[in-house]
Design a binder for this molecule. Sequence first.
Ligand code: GDP
Length: 335
Amino acid sequence: MNTKRKRRLSPEEYIEGVLQGDRVVLSRAITLMESSLPADHALATEVLDGILPHTGKSLRIGITGVPGVGKSTFIESFGSYITGLGKKLAVLAIDPSSQRSGGSILGDKTRMEQLSHDPLAYIRPSAAGSALGGVGAKTRESMLLCEAAGFEVIFIETVGVGQSETSVRNMVDFFLLLMLAGAGDELQGIKKGIMEMADAIAITKADGNNKKEAGKAKSEYQNALHLFPIAESDWQARVLTCSALEGSGLADIWQVLEEYERHTKTKGWFEQQRQSQNLSWMHSAVDYLLKQQFYSHSSVRSQLGAVEEEVKEGRTAALSAARKLFEYYQNTLQS
Ligand code: GDP
């Protein structure tokens, strides 16, 4: 039984299972995408090609914010609000720790207790590492699989402190930044660049004694956002307040999302953004593959240590060292 469960399915079995919305097969297909075994890459690519015509129909939402801002509580409440509208929701949580530990320490299943039992929701921690084509690729491909499995709304959650925000911004339609009232931007570790990427900012925990502060923070952020240049899509980023505990403000956030979708779809920007995202995914995959080929090449591998020493000791400039390695690589390619 165990060996049978570990067996890879055929490409058709993966594709059909995913298209039928079979969650077991979906999870296995995501595991396949995350596999770093070279033997799995061809199969993963075939499965992706097979499901691709059935992708693209969801609303892709990136959600970010520093630890403690209330992301999991928000996703639990807002997610339940969305499934309450009868929509199928997939939550992919990018776990920065999984790259090292090989497993999720965020324990998303327990973080989102209610949602994990919701028949319309699917929660999956996603490894931050790189497999098929560079950083974020695993999450990207998982998102496509979820779309093919019929999920209409997809959340991609990141911890808003690292590098992953830019790569998530580049795979979603809408980027939602969660912020706390009463803590300065510096305190929250949110860089201006991340604020600039946001299509909306939601001030969390707007309840009890914190309600007034949240209202104040809302006008402050609104003023701050007005200083940013208007987005190409002509969308003016919104600032809202919400309480995941009380469930307030969630309907407003959903309304903003719907408005954004209408606004960007009538102007053609929605499609345009996806097209340029696809192109940049392709280029980053090429970059990744090239780099991988370069560093795994025997001539580079055999010279790398010595060349690194030369650079460390200041005997060779970094750029000429890079050129030298590249020449080794090119010469062996030509011979
Ligand atoms: P994460 O680290 O960003 O995922 O944050 P959590 O969702 O784990 O929340 C951090 C803390 O804030 C927890 O103690 C939550 O109970 C609390 N919290 C989250 N949402 C709310 C809210 O809407 N109101 C209040 N008062 N507390 C909240």
